[in-house]
Design a binder for this molecule. Structure first.
Ligand SMILES: [Zn+2]
Length: 82
């Protein structure tokens, strides 16, 4: 499951395109069946020397529902809304 983001380096202001692939992490049994967890991260070396990073945690619950991103971190960068 690929997620694509435009980010801007907090240090030099350069924008980059980053691609995060989510991997299945396991599931927890809940009232309406299993909740499936996904995790993904991507790193990019900016020209200024900083490492830009995106970390995503997501889950699908109940089964068949849209994937919900419940945590997303942008390190050394900010998201650019297009
Ligand atoms: Zn930079």
């Amino acid at each position: 499951m690929p997620f694509n983001y435009e980010v801007k380096c907090k240090v030099c202001g350069k924008t980059h395109h980053m691609h995060v692939e989510l991997d299945y992490q396991g599931s927890d049994e809940r009232e309406m069946g299993p909740e499936q967890f996904y995790y993904g991260e991507a790193e990019l070396n900016c020209a200024c020397g900083k490492v830009l990073k995106i970390v995503i945690e997501a889950s699908e619950y109940p089964e068949g529902a849209d994937l919900e991103i419940y945590n997303i971190d942008f390190e050394n960068c900010t998201r650019v809304m297009s």
